[in-house]
Design a protein around this ligand. Sequence first.
Ligand SMILES: NC(=O)C1=CN([C@@H]2O[C@H](COP(=O)(O)OP(=O)(O)OC[C@H]3O[C@@H](n4cnc5c(N)ncnc54)[C@H](O)[C@@H]3O)[C@@H](O)[C@H]2O)C=CC1
Ligand SMILES: O=C([O-])CC(=O)C(=O)O
Length: 331
Amino acid sequence: MPYKVTVCGAAGGIGQPLSLLLKLNTDITDLALYDIVNVPGVAADLSHINTPAKVTAFLPDNHGLKNALADAQLVIIPAGVPRKPGMTRDDLFKINAGIIRDLATAAATYCPNAFMLIISNPVNSTVPIVAEVFKSKGVYNPKRIFGVTTLDVVRSSRFVSDIKNWIDPVAVRIPIVGGHSGPTIVPLLSQIEPAQDFTREEAEALTKRIQYGGDEVVQAKNGAGSATLSMAHAGARFAQAVIAATLRGEKGVVEPTFVALEADSANAAALQASVDGLDHFALPVELGPHGVERIHPIGSINAFEKELLAIAIQDLKGNIQKGVDFVAASK
Ligand SMILES: NC(=O)C1=CN([C@@H]2O[C@H](COP(=O)(O)OP(=O)(O)OC[C@H]3O[C@@H](n4cnc5c(N)ncnc54)[C@H](O)[C@@H]3O)[C@@H](O)[C@H]2O)C=CC1
Ligand SMILES: O=C([O-])CC(=O)C(=O)O
């Protein structure tokens, strides 16, 4: 069965290793790589790998974006600028918001039914931007738009195994809820599988490391960007989860991701009430043939996690509104 995936920002620090991992995915038959620079070389290089996907490069000229997106079933967007030391993800808004708005406008026009996986920061605002653009084009389906927060999940599994060193980091699962920036990243360590006990000191230190894991990489790269290789792994993992549920019909595929809560219409009101009325939030999402199948509630959490959640909700309100306002002001 043909399955076309388009990567926008494919020549970048994330785009290249992500495209490599996607090229190794034998469910994908057509890998369209779009960027404003350097993408023909990336595509030529990847096209020599002996896996089924046909790799094609697109630059903006000759209707490149239109041709890259046409008939895509899945679109992954790591386009835009990364952080330098001292910056917050929100500092990227002024450049990345316009890039995401324009790519979303093209996707809403040329592949309105594709699953949209948004990596570009600030995710807490770029996902609402995509949603608002799709609404304005009359093609909005909240089940199909995802903010990729998988790196928080990947990191947290690894960081837990650093302090409880007999735990297999591949097997450990921690629901990460909220959003994708500092205090909006809320790891629910009380719900870790397999079950673990943490002292309050351990929980505080681990939570801080998970919330600021991105900063560790930004500082280590010292001006040369932010996480790219771990992000490529995380992006490929989330893409595979979507492909498994939507193309292969696998059941029980659950990954935390930042989504519109209305995507689970049966539970939307209760979910929104649990996060002070926010319309977007990262929660563990069960994926199904149409994308979001069911959004898991926050569940039972301890006093420390309640404190974290209250802080996250306050920040997220502003981040989400900023995205909505940006699209409204662009009209
Ligand atoms: N969601 C997450 O967990 C993470 C998100 N990120 C974010 O991902 C984004 C990309 O990061 P990197 O790959 O390190 O940056 P990068 O600068 O290495 O690559 C970005 C690519 O986007 C391309 N680009 C710029 N404008 C474009 C447009 N209008 N259309 C298509 N392509 C365009 C650039 O030419 C470049 O190749 C950043 O915003 C970063 O903050 C990074 C790590 C984790
Ligand atoms: O920290 C950054 O700017 C990139 C990112 O989102 C992450 O690594 O989680």
